[in-house]
Design a binder for this molecule. Sequence first.
Ligand SMILES: *[C@@H]1O[C@H](CO)[C@@H](O)[C@H](O)[C@H]1NC(C)=O
Ligand SMILES: *[C@@H]1O[C@H](CO)[C@@H](O)[C@H](O)[C@H]1NC(C)=O
Ligand SMILES: *[C@@H]1O[C@H](CO)[C@@H](O)[C@H](O)[C@H]1NC(C)=O
Length: 364
Amino acid sequence: MRSVTCTLLLGTCILVLGPAARGVLSQCPNLCHCHGDLQHVICDSEGLKKIPQVSEATRLLNLQRNNLGGIPSGAFSESKGLVSLHMQHCQLREIESQAFKGLKKLVYLYLSNNKISSIKSGAFEDLTELTYLYLDGNQISELSKGIFSPMINLFVLQLNDNRLRELRPGTFAGTKDLRWLHMSGNELTTLHPGSLDDVENLAILHLDRNKLSSYPSAAMSKLRVVEELMLGTNPMRAIPDNAFQSFGRYMEKLHLDNMGLEKFSGGAFNGVTAVRVLHLHNNKLKSLPGAMQLGTITNMTLFNNPWNCSCQLLPLRKWIDSHQNQTDVLCASPPEQKGKQVRENTAIKRCKSKVKKSKPGRRN
Ligand SMILES: *[C@@H]1O[C@H](CO)[C@@H](O)[C@H](O)[C@H]1NC(C)=O
Ligand SMILES: *[C@@H]1O[C@H](CO)[C@@H](O)[C@H](O)[C@H]1NC(C)=O
Ligand SMILES: *[C@@H]1O[C@H](CO)[C@@H](O)[C@H](O)[C@H]1NC(C)=O
């Protein structure tokens, strides 16, 4: 009896006495589901047109798949306790300056699959704890200088499938701990020198499916610890000397497939000592540099290249024979080898015996 009375009274109190906002904040927002004393507020696919107000008690706010259109300044000013904010598929077009003001505890911010074309400068103010930022699947064509600079703890930045055309110095100013940078599927033609200098600790860099027609040596030269580099599906015809040198001791995965790649300079792989996975398929490669070390590689894709089955291919033939016996690696030249497999290729095998004979066998 008593509790019923209290609930009724409380309802009256809110209407008559309490400040309207406070009353609203102590309840689960209309159309949403709440768990754990409002710690989790779930409003997935509810047809919301406005961002609901939640209290400081809320840690996770899931607003996925609503038609929100934009994030106004201070939209979350009452929600200072948020750790995780989900706004994928919300038809967002614009992020205003100070859109996330007050969210000093936010760690995860999901903004993927919207229509964001404009991020106003100062949009990310206060996001000092943010560690994971997902902006993939939007229409971002430009990033203003220092846009991410409040995010001194940023670790993962997802920008795949946007419309970025170039990267300029200062884009990543302040995010010195960034480790994963994903920019696949953009329209990048140029990474200006210095554009990656602020993120020298990158471990994973994805630049595949862009429009880079030359290897961005100057932009890459400060990177020290890249473990995984994806450059596939860029119209790049050559890889220059020392391309990977500054991080060659760390690089384990390198994807250079589907590029129309014709040539590696002789010293392209200088300093590369740890690579395990190398994708080279769907290119126009005839040979690999003589100085290249294949010993650490466990997985290599080689098909759809016009391999020149002359003696310079001997190290590659040996690698194929001792690793994956790939039957889809074919010679395009010389004419008498055309269409034959590189694997166990007799023309190349002869080189082997020649090499052996030319070396005095000390044990014989
Ligand atoms: C490497 O090759 C093995 C055997 O062919 C395969 O099972 C494995 O998935 C490959 N690993 C990677 C990372 O591609
Ligand atoms: C194949 O390599 C041999 C030996 O280096 C060279 O003489 C020949 O011109 C090359 N063929 C093609 C098509 O590049
Ligand atoms: C590749 O084939 C050759 C001959 O058929 C065989 O001796 C060798 O063990 C095979 N290597 C692998 C990794 O399967």
